[in-house]
Every structure is written in structure tokens, then in C-alpha cells.
Design a binder for this molecule. Structure first.
Ligand SMILES: Nc1ncnc2c1ncn2[C@@H]1O[C@H](COP(=O)(O)OP(=O)(O)OP(=O)(O)O)[C@@H](O)[C@H]1O
Ligand SMILES: [Mg+2]
Length: 228
């Protein structure tokens, strides 16, 4: 067996609401191998987003360990964590999170600006990525001038900007009609076949069929983890 690219080890997470600690994760462990296509499912409030945010370094565990490609994420300084996120992880969110005052191309370039990629390379790569997601003719449109599915494809192109080994997606097809949702999943499947490790959340059993492993969560725990 190869080394896991993501290793979550007995992670707990509680949120403080006033004086009360609300448990969101109660001892989650999971190993994800390079090239896996993992789907997280489970009822609302079961901890799926919390787990994704922790894997993505957007939130910290209250207890437990997380390694990404052998780096101990919890122990990293702010700077090193920002670097790891920029280089190793791409994020896609349900509500796209595009910058409204930036064109599609400028949105895709944003993570490359953070990485100090040259202007010429940024322009070339953002164009290639937008063509890859089928938006070569929408590069100069603003998010408000794009449909939901088109905005989500811009968000995927943006997540790929720095060519990360891992893509993390939280209900990326939740707000889309099923035809558009399937088109997005086929695109992500292609990325997986090209070698990218994918971890995504969905409520839709039809979307979970794209995965190679479905992990079920309930009450902040992993219930079962089955190959598809
Ligand atoms: N920032 C927060 N502050 C307080 N409690 C939170 C916070 N984020 C999540 N929680 C709580 O943690 C638990 C897990 O939430 P989480 O968002 O991970 O669920 P989920 O499985 O993604 O649900 P959904 O399917 O509705 O998106 C819930 O009980 C929620 O109320
Ligand atoms: Mg959620």
C-alpha cells in the first residue's frame, strides 16, 4: 500500500457557542491514498463541512492530527500553512465564492498572483484552464454575467490554477440543475483520471456514483467507508 496523501487521525472539533461546546467531530480517522476519489455523505449537521475545512487547513482541530503529504498541518506556522494551501489544495464551494468585481480570467489568475507567478504565465494558464472547462468564450465576463454552472466551472478552473495534487469540494453541484451537475462531475472525474486526489461532499446519491469510495458520516463520526 502506498503512503496516504491525506491522513486524519482521531480528529475532534468543538465549537464554542456562548459557554457551551458544540461537538462537530468526535474522533474522525481516515486515510486517503493518492489518486482516490472520495465522496463524503451524511445528514445535515453530521460534520462533513467541518471535516473538509479541517483537511483544507481552513479550520483547526480541537484535538488530533492531520498530515497532508507527510506535513503535520496542525503544527505549521501561518505562513507555511498558507503556502501549503496554495500549492497542495484546490477548493470549490457550493456558492462559487467568485470575486464579483473580477472577470472570469482574473478570478482564475488570483491564486497565481498570490503565488507570484509571472503575468504572462498567469494569462496563458488562466486561458488554458478556462478553455479546459469549456469557457474559452467567457473569459472576460463578470460572475454576474455567467450562469450558475458557468460560475462553478470558473471556480473549478480557479481551484486548478496552481496545479494542486488535491481538490476539495463542498456540495459543488448542490445549486445546479442535474444536467449541469453531471457535466461538472464528469469534468472532476477527468481530473481524477489524470491523477488528482478528490474529496467531495454531496447529498445526491447520483453524484456519489462518480466516486471510488463513499464515506458515510453521522453525529461527527465516520460510520462506514465502502468502495463503490
Ligand atoms: N462555526 C460554527 N460555530 C458553531 N457550530 C458550528 C460551526 N460550524 C459548524 N457547527 C456545528 O457543527 C456541526 C457540524 O456542522 P457541519 O457544517 O460540519 O455539518 P454538515 O455535515 O456539513 O451539514 P450540511 O449537510 O447541512 O452542510 C453542526 O452541529 C453545526 O451546528
Ligand atoms: Mg456542510
Amino acid at each position: 500500500m502506498t503512503k496516504p496523501i491525506i491522513h486524519v487521525d482521531n480528529v475532534h472539533k468543538s465549537y464554542l457557542m456562548g459557554k457551551e461546546a458544540v461537538p462537530a467531530l468526535r474522533g474522525v480517522s481516515i486515510e486517503i491514498q493518492p489518486g482516490e476519489f472520495v465522496c463524503l455523505m451524511g445528514p445535515s449537521g453530521s460534520g462533513k463541512t467541518t471535516l473538509l475545512n479541517i483537511i483544507g487547513g481552513l479550520d483547526e482541530p480541537s484535538r488530533g492530527h492531520l498530515t497532508i503529504e507527510d506535513e503535520n498541518v496542525v503544527a505549521l506556522s501561518e505562513n507555511k500553512l498558507a503556502r501549503l494551501r496554495l500549492e497542495k489544495l484546490g477548493f470549490v464551494f457550493q456558492n462559487y465564492n467568485l470575486l464579483a468585481n473580477f472577470t472570469a480570467q482574473e478570478n482564475v489568475e488570483a491564486p497565481m498572483v498570490l503565488k507570484k507567478t509571472s503575468r504572462r504565465e498567469r494569462q496563458q494558464r488562466s486561458q488554458e484552464l478556462l478553455e479546459r472547462v469549456g469557457l474559452g468564450d467567457r473569459m472576460h465576463h463578470y460572475p454576474s454575467e455567467l450562469s450558475g454552472g458557468q460560475q462553478q466551472r470558473v471556480a473549478i478552473a480557479r481551484a486548478l490554477a496552481n496545479d494542486p495534487p488535491i481538490l476539495i469540494a463542498d456540495e459543488m453541484t448542490g445549486d445546479l440543475d442535474s444536467e449541469t451537475g453531471f457535466a461538472i462531475m464528469r469534468l472532476v472525474k477527468q481530473l481524477n483520471e489524470d491523477g488528482m486526489t478528490i474529496v467531495f461532499v454531496t447529498h445526491d446519491p447520483r453524484m456519489s456514483e462518480f466516486a471510488t469510495r463513499v464515506v458515510h458520516m453521522q453525529d461527527g463520526r465516520i460510520l462506514e467507508s465502502a468502495p463503490v
